[in-house]
Design a protein around this ligand. Structure first.
Ligand SMILES: Cc1cc2nc3c(=O)[nH]c(=O)nc-3n(C[C@H](O)[C@H](O)[C@H](O)COP(=O)(O)OP(=O)(O)OC[C@H]3O[C@@H](n4cnc5c(N)ncnc54)[C@H](O)[C@@H]3O)c2cc1C
Length: 111
């Protein structure tokens, strides 16, 4: 299906709106994304699950994702005194980006 000649307004610049905008643009639509917020950077990390990674890979965003993110092998929870409370090994979902924890903002975030 082609969207050549279509002019589309996507309301909401979250991950859903951005993905829709990208897909529509690649299919030929002229897309405008609007959001009532003007502060896009929220400064949070984002843990990407295998289903989301499959979509990002299909959008050819594997390269930027690898550069911006970090593979997560385990998560560790610590108490106020810094002592470990739990440690959870991330399951191996196979080859690919399954362990990538990506967020450009996370790289600059300091608690
Ligand atoms: C604290 C927290 C942590 C999370 N952590 C993760 C995580 O680690 N990994 C993960 O995969 N998911 C995580 N999620 C879930 C994830 O954030 C959502 O699933 C995802 O953001 C949904 O994307 P969306 O584009 O549908 O909606 P949203 O991200 O909510 O985007 C909707 C956008 O539309 C805009 N908007 C709404 N109404 C209007 C309007 N009338 N006019 C203009 N703009 C409008 C909003 O400002 C917003 O920018 C987390 C959620 C929360 C709350």
């Amino acid at each position: 299906m082609t969207c050549e000649g279509l002019r589309v307004v996507v309301v909401g610049g979250g991950v859903g709106g951005l993905a829709a905008g990208l897909l529509l643009t690649r299919n030929g639509a002229a897309v405008t994304i609007v959001d009532w917020r003007d502060d896009a950077a929220q400064g949070a990390g984002l843990l990407l699950q295998p289903n989301g990674l499959v979509v990002l890979r299909a959008l050819s965003l594997e390269g930027p994702l690898e550069r911006a993110g970090h593979r997560l092998d385990f998560t560790s929870l610590r108490g106020a005194d810094g002592r470990p409370v739990s440690r959870l090994q991330m399951p191996d979902f196979g080859a690919g980006l399954d362990h990538v924890c990506a967020s450009a903002a996370a790289a600059c975030w300091t608690p």
